[in-house]
Design a protein around this ligand. Structure first.
Ligand SMILES: NC(=O)C1=CN([C@@H]2O[C@H](COP(=O)(O)OP(=O)(O)OC[C@H]3O[C@@H](n4cnc5c(N)ncnc54)[C@H](OP(=O)(O)O)[C@@H]3O)[C@@H](O)[C@H]2O)C=CC1
Ligand SMILES: O=C(CO)[C@H](O)[C@H](O)COP(=O)(O)O
Length: 472
């Protein structure tokens, strides 16, 4: 009997790996999966129903049934596991074999792994993938980084399995080294910001306007037909309708209000701090997940001090209108901040990113896909080096037109003690960015006063220091 040789190997047959195997098979590729977890292997073998797919928990069998040069995708949890898998594989890999890490690995790990494997002429690519379970199955957005020539070996397959937006595949080579994983990290930072903003809108409408889940479903569904059209708004609308399997309630009312995270949002904030790029809405989103997890302390504080006491007497429909505008305004600022970070990182890490391409491949398949990305793409197509989208005519206009809503919503939140920190961060970012003057002169004076740190002047060149009348 002729032995089957598989086009691709997939290591990690969990949520993402297993679904991507099916997607690749649908597109005509043969794939053998490997997982340490025997039950994942058995499930795939039992359910595949096609000879194009096989699975094993025997590494030798996995490697021996792959075509050469081997092309292997890893979809295992990020961190040490990726290093462990690479160490296990490396003795069996040869020149020109290609290993691709599709997980959410930290970009600095990707740089290290690429360098180590290239020493043995084994190619390595860090590839971001987004779209969750359904995306992996039916078409994700794919963010590949690494050597361009190596990308070309797999470009056809990646295009085939990716999502399509206006018939264009949501994948393109992004840049060398860790470019793909860096872009995926910022994608996730944006994801954090969007989710926090949507949660704040929910909080306001639920507490202030006392909206039921049915009403919230109607409002979010309607929003999804307008400027806010996006995957996250769409799934949010549906979440409000989901029944609980254990009680008579809706599931949303039974889920503990304590958010978890795997780190990609915090990595985005951390690197933005290192590169001195302000991304306050993403920073706040990370902090709010942290704060939500202090559930016990929050409950004690609530007993001691009480919470918001809302007696909203305004018009519900007006509030819904203002919240829609506030969300649009603040959602724009999240993309603005993420893209500004990418521009700086592109130069610093020599990725030479094309922001137009990134916006284009985020239009389909991924968690942050939104109608707005078409406008973002268009702005970077006209001005590829644009440092901040706010400087484009189109985006300054959008923000100016929706600022009234966010000001009203923040006033409402503050008035009733309902926290809207990400919206506040969004507005403060906008107001600061468009301020020709900020009170940073006072900060410079204080620094020079207490620490002789010097300052620059606004009327002549040079570095200055004042002998301040310090208190003894
Ligand atoms: N889930 C999502 O929506 C998305 C996830 N990602 C990223 O993709 C990667 C995979 O995620 P996901 O599919 O959700 O994770 P899962 O935990 O669902 O799947 C990972 C699989 O890898 C297996 N595994 C663990 N260690 C090894 C090993 N040493 N050798 C072989 N197999 C191993 C696990 O087995 P076991 O169960 O026994 O541990 C599990 O079956 C992660 O980096 C994640 O951040 C990216 C985009 C979206
Ligand atoms: O990459 C993803 C989507 O693009 C994952 O779903 C993301 O890792 C979820 O992150 P977290 O668990 O931190 O919320």
């Amino acid at each position: 009997m002729k032995e089957t040789k598989f086009d691709y190997g997939m290591i990690g047959l969990g949520t993402m790996g297993c679904n991507l195997v099916y997607n690749m098979s649908d597109n005509g590729y043969t794939v053998i999966g490997f997982d340490k977890n025997r039950s994942q292997v058995e499930t795939l073998k039992k359910e595949a129903g096609t000879e194009k797919i096989s699975a094993t928990s025997d590494l030798n069998e996995f490697l021996n049934t792959l075509k050469t040069p081997k092309v292997i995708i890893m979809l295992v949890p990020a961190g040490k596991i990726v290093d462990d898998v690479i160490s296990e594989l490396k003795p069996f890999l040869s020149k020109n074999d290609l290993l691709m890490d599709f997980g959410n690995s930290h970009f600095t790990d990707t740089n290290r792994r690429s360098e180590q494997l290239e020493e043995s002429a084994i190619h390595f690519m860090g590839v971001g993938i987004s779209g969750g379970e359904l995306g992996a199955r039916h078409g994700p957005s794919i963010m590949p980084g690494g050597p361009k020539k190596v990308y070309e070996r797999v470009a056809e397959m990646l295009k085939a399995v990716s999502a399509k937006a206006n018939n264009e595949p949501c994948v393109t080579w992004l840049g060398p080294g860790s470019a793909g994983h860096y872009v995926k990290m910022v994608h996730n930072g944006i994801e954090y910001g969007l989710m926090q903003l949507i949660a704040e809108a929910y909080h306001l409408l639920k507490e202030c306007a006392a909206m039921s889940n049915d009403e919230l479903h109607t409002v979010f569904s309607k929003w999804n037909e307008g400027e806010l059209q996006s995957y996250l708004i769409e799934i949010t609308a549906d979440i409000f309708m989901q029944k609980d399997e254990l009680t008579d309630s809706r599931i949303i009312d039974r889920i503990l209000d304590s958010a978890k995270q795997k780190g990609t949002g915090a990595w985005t904030s951390e690197d933005a701090m290192n590169l001195q790029v302000p991304i306050p809405v993403i920073d706040i989103a990370v902090s709010m997940r942290d704060l939500s997890a202090y559930k016990n302390e929050r409950e004690v504080a609530h007993q001691n001090m009480g919470g918001s006491e809302v007696k909203f007497t305004g018009d519900k429909n007006d509030l819904v209108k203002w919240v829609e505008q506030a969300l649009y305004f603040s959602i724009i600022t999240v993309y603005v901040q993420g893209m500004a970070l990418l521009q700086v990182a592109s130069k610093k890490y020599k990725y030479d990113l094309k922001l137009e391409d990134i916006a284009a491949i985020w239009r389909g398949g991924c968690i942050i896909r939104a109608a707005l990305l078409e406008d973002i793409r268009s702005a970077f197509s006209k001005q590829p080096d644009l440092s901040n989208l706010i400087l484009s005519v189109a985006f300054s206009k959008k923000l100016m037109q929706s600022q009234e809503g966010i000001r009203k919503v923040i006033q409402t939140g503050v008035g009733f003690g309902i926290p809207v920190p990400a919206m506040m961060g969004a507005l403060a970012y906008f107001d600061s960015y468009r301020s020709g003057w900020l009170p940073a002169n006072l900060i410079q004076a204080q620094r020079d006063d207490f620490g002789a740190h010097t300052y620059e002047r606004n009327d002549r060149e040079g570095i200055f220091h004042t002998h301040w009348n310090q208190k003894k």
